[in-house]
Write a protein of this length. Structure first.
Ligand SMILES: [Ca+2]
Ligand SMILES: [Ca+2]
Ligand SMILES: [Ca+2]
Ligand SMILES: [Ca+2]
Length: 217
């Protein structure tokens, strides 16, 4: 029994079985596990790359969006700066043109003011003497007869050559207007006829200031 069992069949069979079964079982076990893991690994790898691809696509889209946003910002800034520069240039040109336009009216106004200031012949009281002349003479620019002798400043200065600031230029007690208008004596000579008696004295005494004899009008 022992000999029969041990030497031949059981040992050989056991090893053979063990060798065969494990060898058969191992490859059987190895193959199936190899195949399913392969399938499982492929399935898992297929799912993971899909997610990774989605992530990559999303990241790429985000990057593209960021790049587009940056490009848009840069473009808008450049465009704004260019448009602002253009607007400033236009404004400068407009200002220059307006200043040029303003310069021409300034010249026109200057010419007009010059033309208006050229006739500085201002005669406020209208007596024929300009205000400038009356300022030199010392007469009143607002009165045609400053000394009140009924002779205008102009007539005294231009016609009779009497003092427009004195009613009696020669101080002969006859006023300038009386000598000129009534007795026709010289308003600048106190003794018109040269007889030693002043015109005023002769008139008051009833004598002729322009000659001998009595006064006759
Ligand atoms: Ca005047
Ligand atoms: Ca006068
Ligand atoms: Ca006089
Ligand atoms: Ca006289």
């Amino acid at each position: 029994m022992f000999n029969d069992l041990t030497p031949n069949k059981p040992v050989e069979d056991m090893f053979a079985d063990t060798d065969k079964t494990p060898s058969a079982a191992k490859p059987n076990l190895a193959m199936p596990p190899v195949v399913p893991p392969a399938n499982a690994s492929w399935g898992g790898e297929k799912k993971a790359p899909a997610k990774k691809a989605l992530k990559v696509v999303i990241i790429a889209l985000v990057v593209v969006l960021i790049v587009l946003a940056l490009a848009y910002l840069i473009y808008t800034r450049l465009f704004l700066t260019l448009s602002q520069n253009a607007a400033e240039e236009n404004n400068n040109n407009q200002v220059a043109t307006t200043t040029n336009n303003n310069q021409t009216p300034a010249t026109t106004t200057a010419s007009t003011t010059a033309s208006t200031t050229v006739p500085t012949i201002v005669d406020t009281d209208g007596d024929g003497l300009t205000d400038a002349e009356e300022k030199i003479l010392g007469t009143d620019v607002n009165l045609i007869d400053t000394d009140g002798d009924s002779l205008t400043d102009y007539d005294e200065v231009k016609t009779y050559l009497t003092n427009p600031l004195s009613k009696d230029t020669d101080n002969d007690e006859l006023s300038d207007d009386v000598e000129v208008k009534i007795y026709a004596t010289d308003p600048k000579n106190p003794d018109t006829d040269g007889d030693g008696f002043a015109d005023g004295q002769e008139v008051k005494g009833g004598y002729n200031p322009k000659g001998a004899g009595k006064l006759t009008l």
